[in-house]
Write a protein that binds this ligand. Structure first.
Ligand SMILES: O=C(O)[C@@H](O)C(=O)CO
Ligand SMILES: [Mg+2]
Length: 254
């Protein structure tokens, strides 16, 4: 069975952010992930991880001004200086919490625009080098256009091709099964094809993005497939509980 990481941005919202670490550990998780830790001090996050014996599976590098609608800076050529600063900040947190994977969000830009493509390439190469100096993998995640309209990296096959062409050993695919099902379908054949370049997997039911125990996808089958494919990374539980987080953990316990 894969190692599951509770997503503390979506799950355990009944608790304050720092208390979610305790709640996840009490519920049986050995690892956690979240979008952004930047409202807390790195030492405070590290303390919760240590106290609870939790591993930090991954988190996202700062995405620009999220409240103002930004969804990453990598494809925005005019924001390269902000991007370099955001990588430095993310690396400070990664060092404090011992994270070995960081997700770089692409931003809102037309994927056919040559200037956006060039900016994205430059940003990814820059980030990959900075992260490799610390032994950290850089994750790139295709996101479906229904949840994030206008997002640059909106196609799993295209992202995989980009990573393969780049040929940098620490650049990996963040394979969010929820997004893949909405964008393309045919999830299991894509897992078979792309697992060697996958650094992180995420799950949720489709289409509701609730617990991975119902609706379009057969998760028990996909978990067995991940084992068959010898996937060694974490599986992030990036779903919005239907009710109380603890009441929705039947799939996890079984
Ligand atoms: O799937 C998602 O939405 C996340 O993994 C993310 O990083 C951006 O929201
Ligand atoms: Mg995701």
């Amino acid at each position: 069975m894969p190692v599951f990481a509770a997503n503390l941005t979506m799950m355990f919202n009944e608790w304050s952010f720092l208390d979610r670490f305790d709640a996840a550990a009490d519920a049986g998780f050995s690892a956690v992930e979240y979008l952004f830790p930047y409202d807390e001090k790195p030492e405070a996050v590290a303390d919760r991880l240590t106290r609870n014996g939790l591993t930090q599976a991954m988190f996202n590098l700062p995405p620009g001004d999220w409240q103002a609608g930004e969804r990453g800076l990598a494809a925005l050529g005019s924001r390269f200086d902000d991007l370099t600063a955001s990588i430095a900040k993310g690396l400070d947190y990664a060092e404090a919490v011992g994270a070995k994977r960081l997700h770089l969000m692409a931003g809102l830009a037309d994927p056919r625009d040559p200037a956006a493509k060039e900016a994205y390439h430059r940003s990814v190469v820059y980030a990959a080098e900075k992260l490799s100096e610390r032994g950290i993998s850089l994750l790139l995640e295709p996101i479906n256009p229904r949840n994030m309209p206008g997002y640059f990296l909106n196609n799993v096959d295209g992202a995989a091709e980009f990573i393969a062409n780049l040929g940098l050993s620490n650049v990996k695919l963040q394979f969010d099964i929820y997004h893949c099902q909405i964008i393309h379908g045919d999830v299991s054949s894509r897992l078979r094809k792309f697992i060697p370049m996958t650094g992180h997997v995420q799950i949720a039911s489709v289409p509701s993005r609730h617990e991975p125990d119902d609706e379009e996808l057969n998760y028990p089958y996909l978990f067995t497939l991940l084992d068959e494919l010898d996937y060694q990374g974490f599986v992030g539980c990036e779903y919005i509980p239907r009710g109380h987080t603890l009441d929705g953990l039947g799939w996890f316990r079984s």
